[in-house]
Write a protein that binds this ligand. Structure first.
Ligand code: IPE
Ligand code: IPE
Ligand code: MG
Length: 228
């Protein structure tokens, strides 16, 4: 079976998962973190090389401040808890997003996880927190200017090399859970030729078997990249 190099997932539906049970939204986020752990393991075992998970967008700051602060507290708690799993599987951690816009404690945790796992040679786990694709592209353009590039030097490669995903292969398979049919400002550049897999399954229920189903669907796709 052909396994995608780079799988990106828009992890959606935590709130609805909790609401269906009459629980507060945050219980859905907590269960969603368990899914992250399960998917890390399943993707790494399946031979995926890059896994990008969308955890918090630049637009998610619009949510009620209690939900935002609870999410930030959850990130801190779980970033630390991931380390044994990353060690066990040799998974390298990498943050995607505007680090400077995050609370200082989370910035430290992110740097610590990146530093500690830097030499690991297994799958790379890209966690998108305070991530927005338009911001990423605008910042890459700004960096081209800062680097003194003249107009003729501003190429696709020059921009790609200044994205947060510099050096990371394009997304092959983009998954979104919870039955929504939109991209919500995630990896717009990198997913230019990604195969889409949309499922009604809510994120807390999306575990190893559901990922395998998505990988099987991907293996049956015919990719053309504009050719015939
Ligand atoms: C996704 O679940 C997690 C984040 C965006 C932080 P949601 O919180 O968006 O859950 P729904 O879409 O309201 O069900
Ligand atoms: C997208 O989910 C962002 C993340 C999964 C982190 P949202 O729930 O924020 O997206 P919209 O608002 O439904 O498009
Ligand atoms: Mg949502």
């Amino acid at each position: 079976m052909s396994i995608p190099n780079h799988v990106a997932i828009i992890m959606d539906g935590n709130g609805r998962w909790a609401a269906q049970r009459g629980w507060p939204r945050i219980k859905g986020h907590k269960e969603g973190v368990r899914t992250v752990e399960a998917i890390l393991e399943a993707a790494s075992d399946a031979g995926v090389k890059h896994l990008s998970l969308y955890a918090f967008s630049t637009e998610n700051w619009k949510r009620p401040s209690l939900e935002v602060s609870t999410l930030m507290a959850l990130f801190r708690m779980y970033l630390r808890m991931f380390l044994p799993k990353l060690r066990q599987k040799g998974i390298r951690f990498h943050h995607l997003g505007a680090l400077e816009g995050l609370p200082p404690g989370i910035q430290r945790d992110i740097r610590f996880l990146e530093d500690t796992t830097r030499e690991y040679e297994g799958m790379v786990f890209h966690l998108a927190v305070n991530y927005g694709s338009r911001l990423e592209i605008a910042e890459a353009a700004r960096r081209c200017v800062e680097d003194g590039l003249t107009a003729d030097k501003i190429t696709e490669d020059a921009l790609a090399a200044r994205l947060w995903t510099a050096g990371v292969p394009d997304v092959d398979l983009l998954i979104r859970t919870s039955g929504e049919f939109r991209i919500s400002n995630f990896l717009l550049w990198q997913a230019a030729y990604a195969e889409f897999y949309l499922t009604e399954c809510l994120w807390p229920d999306f575990r190893g078997p559901e990922l395998m189903e998505a990988l099987r669907a991907y293996a049956n796709r015919e990719r053309r990249f504009g050719g015939i």
